[in-house]
Write a protein that binds this ligand. Sequence first.
Ligand code: FAD
Length: 468
Amino acid sequence: MADLDLPASAGRALDGHVGATSALSPQRAFERLSRAVRSLVRYEPSDPWELDTESLPKPLAGYRRLVRAFAARHLRPLSLSADLEPHEPPGRCSPASLEVLRAAGRAGLLSDLLPRPLGSMSPGLLRYPLFFPQALKTEELAAVDGGLMLLICANGLGAAPVVLSGELGSIRRHLLPAFRASERGDPHVFAFAITEPDAGSDVEEGHGAVRYRPGVSARRVPGGYRIRGRKCFISGGDIARSIVVFSALEGEGMESWTAFLVPNSAPGFRVARTELKMGMRASGAAEIELDEVFVPDSSVLGALRSGWALNRATLNMSRIPVAAMAVGFARAATEEATRFACRFRLAGKPLASFQEVQLALAQMEAETSSARGMVWRAAARRQARQAEASAAKFHCTDVARRVCETAMDLMSNHATLHENRVEKAFRDARLTQIFEGTNQINRLAVIEDDQERLLDAIDASERARSNA
Ligand SMILES: Cc1cc2nc3c(=O)[nH]c(=O)nc-3n(C[C@H](O)[C@H](O)[C@H](O)COP(=O)(O)OP(=O)(O)OC[C@H]3O[C@@H](n4cnc5c(N)ncnc54)[C@H](O)[C@@H]3O)c2cc1C
């Protein structure tokens, strides 16, 4: 079982199994196979995390180990308390969470979207798609704490459009000074702002966007633009120093959407509120107000009117790390439930002795592992594919919810206790079904990607019908 030190079980057995010393135990039986066959089939207790890590190419495996060690050192000690911190007013981060951000910055986890010397990504990782390390990072952090994970990882979502703008000038101007500050322990965090009070899905899928009249607009003025309107539910928007605001050009519709880099120090920029939400509480979801905020021409990311494309490109990539964070929650819930099943006794026996419980634990392991496989396959593509990223997002987040629910069922009233971490994983996992496009919208994105093929098939079948 994942991440557990189970006692050596020689001479003993769980109900429904033979012990390791029995002549019929798989261990003993395998010993009798020839060395050549044993090299093909392995039968020994193994740590699934290690097995998965060993299956990765060395640079990715090294990165996974590094983030896991970071999470154990910096997130684990705070993971329960950060969730209980009083709701901070806009612009404030609890001192403990701020310390985690500082540590993440120093460790290079806020600047790893680009390779050294631009960012902190080790050159060995350059051979792999940009979002593979990000996916590994989010799973490792989420497996320890969802709120602190989002506090760190929302920065990658915010910085992504700057990278995807493909403009060296923007990268040099906006990202490099921010990355250097973060690496010095002075976290300069980015946030990604598309959602508006009247539009969540409508700014994520084409059908709704066609009809939506944007609530945030940018008016041309000498030397730049003045932006007005509101964005809401912006992860990390309460503490971000740079916010990528997607805005229409005045008098135009969604086709004119343009991404602007807005510093939080700009006059007219205000964090109006942060939401008290059910999960991932260490990360603020902020409503931001832009009251005639002036931004110079140099703050436009990519070309004017390229915001919709930049938004969709960012989402197609970032949905993979969101799927990965869900895997982290499923893993955390599986580990907690397994520990509990070994510790808790029912009718004089450990819970893990009951076969119904074993079936549930095996199912949780398998679902988590298959979700991880889906994430890694999507993350390994040189070019992110919308259908694959969206399918990973909705499937893995649904898996996480199911696995957390099974853990809650197994642990019953113990699951409801904050100290046992499962209710927290459950609350955190539930959010992943909603953000980065609801799971319904992500299902539709899979079909959207396949639209041409489906239309061709419909045409072909209609032609066949009319020829018949
Ligand atoms: C914790 C958290 C963090 C977030 N972080 C960010 C962030 O950093 N940046 C940001 O910009 N936004 C962020 N969001 C916003 C998030 O992306 C939106 O909440 C999400 O897109 C859903 O939008 P909505 O809540 O407005 O739902 P709506 O769009 O109002 O949808 C309501 C319901 O209608 C369904 N629906 C909508 N359109 C269709 C359709 N065409 N067909 C079928 N069903 C449909 C939806 O699936 C949903 O069930 C965050 C949200 C949360 C909760």
